[in-house]
Design a protein around this ligand. Structure first.
Ligand code: MBD
Ligand code: FE
Length: 283
């Protein structure tokens, strides 16, 4: 990301997302932990699916070369994190959380950054003076599946009223709309933030090219991202949505579940209150 550039670009946010992933996920360690038997099985099955698609559709050399050119460009744009998180992660999330009795989760997406500034159990997420967007006050609790309150933390991150994320779009303070809220033993938190806008994934990069070429749309409904954790419990990664959003039913990332839709109450002054709490599964 350059400091002279002031309108967000796919290449800049893609490069940031790629760099972030390489820092946080130790991808090469992850690869070492997958056995040759699994790689053999998974790679064969994916390739067999590709081969079958080619046979079923009598794919031409023009189509094959279009795919090759596009895949090269996805890498150059740094958009593999975006591509995978938009079109693949939701199924990984489903299969890995199906056993849970507590909260439903959703995908992490490409824009999480660990270690957002600590605000305590009650506080306002870092934001600019006069940050645009309706105020949102969120008061709730973290509990275990048996109802016991859990001392834990809520990491919250979301887009601003223009649909941009700090650290992935230029000109936004580093930790804007990113905060960590650690609770006491009662598990209670009270967070003040703003209501985010619907989000359009970058349309000027290779994911945008795929969307345009296929005649799809690029929208995600407005959402709050959270990671909720407590000792002895499974980490919950989720997203929360607002009722009535035009894209709750056709999220490009397929990451909306009915259990994740909030019930905001107008506060009488143009803002909203929410009371969505979290139930974590013991490990
Ligand atoms: C997002 O903000 C997001 O949450 C996902 C999953 C993909 C792209 C942008
Ligand atoms: Fe998001």
């Amino acid at each position: 990301m350059t400091t002279t550039e002031h309108s967000p670009s796919a290449a800049a946010s893609g490069a940031s997302a790629t760099e972030r992933f390489q820092q946080d996920k130790s991808p090469y360690d992850a690869v070492k932990n997958v056995s040759p038997e699994r790689v053999d099985k998974l790679a064969r099955q994916v390739l067999a699916g590709v081969h079958q698609t080619i046979r079923d559709n009598q794919v031409t050399y023009d189509e094959y070369n279009a795919l090759k050119a596009w895949m090269i460009q996805v890498g150059l744009d740094g958009e593999w994190p975006l591509f995978l998180d938009v079109w693949v992660e939701h199924v990984v999330e489903d299969v890995n959380t199906a056993h849970r009795h507590g909260n439903k989760g959703s995908i992490e997406g490409p824009y999480y950054v660990p270690d957002a500034p600590e605000q305590g159990a009650e506080g306002t997420i870092p934001m600019r003076d006069g940050e645009a967007g309706d105020p949102l006050v969120w008061e709730a609790q973290i509990t275990s599946t048996d109802g016991t309150p859990l001392q834990g933390k809520v990491e919250l991150w979301h887009a601003d009223a223009d649909g941009y994320y700090s650290q992935f779009a230029p000109g936004i303070p580093e930790w804007n709309l990113r905060g960590t809220f650690s609770t006491g033993p009662d598990g209670k938190f009270k967070i003040t933030t703003i209501r985010p806008a619907p989000y359009q994934i970058p349309t000027d990069g290779s994911c945008g090219k795929l969307i345009a070429a296929a005649g799809w749309h690029a929208w995600r409904p407005a959402h709050l991202h959270v990671k909720v954790s407590a000792p002895g419990h499974e980490l919950l990664t989720a997203q929360l949505y607002f009722p009535g959003d035009p894209h709750n039913g056709d999220d490009i990332a397929d990451a909306v579940k009915p259990e994740l839709i909030l019930d905001p109450k107008p506060d009488g002054h143009g803002g909203y209150t929410i009371d969505y709490g979290f139930v974590l599964d013991p490990v």
